[in-house]
Design a binder for this molecule. Structure first.
Ligand code: NDP
Length: 240
């Protein structure tokens, strides 16, 4: 039977590319999203992939949704913690709400989702978890103390959980994308984006499919010896 993969934030951008590629490789995919019903409907119609609306930052909502997905599709054996948001601002301007929202959505979500699938993965002796970090979690970024801290936290979370899963057939890895052409990046003002692209040795933004390639590689059945690692996919912008 096809393994079931849950991709958070799977209806747009990088997550949508991950869902499509996993489906193409024969996995049964569940795509989560937060509130953009129109995008989710379009994605569902185009791909036939099941969509589930819940807030990954809400612990109780995640436990309920995961139980529903497993009822609908079967045990979740692959998790891609991809949902993320930015609420940029310098320390001078950033308020506590922006800090909390970014930490809850980008990092708290990893705990919430992993907690919901962890016992099942342990019992079955198989699991693949991929957490989407960021170049800005590795290198920091002006105006992003919240986002850089959350993404940096993902890398620590990954290495710690990898140690707990290793003897149970569960791998836990991270991908640190560089600047990738999605709605998130189109929110960056054009002059700022030009300066960013000028610093990317490959000379362009990444494509969502180029991040998805890394996910497909890490979740494969024969990737069992790769755990606790971070795969940087950033056009050479930051060599970590
Ligand atoms: P997008 O903004 O294009 O898409 C974000 C997705 O996450 C949407 O499906 C959105 O749902 C969902 N989402 C947001 N908040 C929540 C929530 N609370 N609960 C559930 N789902 C939620 O983002 P990208 O594709 O650009 O980014 C994907 C991941 O990659 C993020 O973690 C991001 O931080 C990371 N990343 C992106 C980079 C880039 O350059 N694009 C670079 C490095 C890392 P909805 O449609 O309902 O809003």
């Amino acid at each position: 039977m096809a393994r079931v993969a849950l991709v958070t934030g799977g209806t747009r951008g990088i997550g949508a590319a991950i869902c499509r590629m996993l489906k193409d490789k024969g996995y049964t995919v569940a795509a989560n999203y937060a509130g953009n019903d129109a995008a989710a409907k379009k994605f569902r119609e185009e791909t036939g992939i099941a969509v589930y609306k819940f807030d990954v930052g809400d612990f109780a909502a995640v436990q309920t949704a995961v139980a529903q997905i497993e009822k609908d599709l079967g045990p979740i054996e692959i998790v891609v913690n991809n949902a993320g948001i930015t609420r940029d601002g310098t320390m001078k301007r950033m308020n506590r709400e922006s800090w909390d929202a970014v930490v809850a959505t980008n990092l708290g979500s990893c705990f919430n989702v992993c907690k919901a699938v962890w016992d099942g993965m342990n019992t079955r002796g198989f699991g693949r978890i991929v957490n989407i970090g960021s170049i800005n979690g590795q290198a920091g970024q002006y105006g992003q103390v919240n986002y850089a801290a959350a993404k940096s936290g993902i890398h620590g979370f990954t290495k710690a959980l990898a140690q707990e899963g290793a003897a149970k057939g569960i791998t836990v890895n991270a991908i640190a994308p560089g600047y990738t052409d999605t709605d998130m990046v189109s929110a960056v003002p054009a002059p700022v984006l030009e300066k960013i692209v000028a610093k990317i040795p490959v000379g362009r933004l990444g494509k969502a499919e180029e991040i998805a390639r890394g996910v497909v590689f890490l979740v494969a059945d024969d990737a069992g010896f790769i755990t606790g690692s971070t795969l940087s996919i950033n056009g050479g912008q930051h060599m970590y």
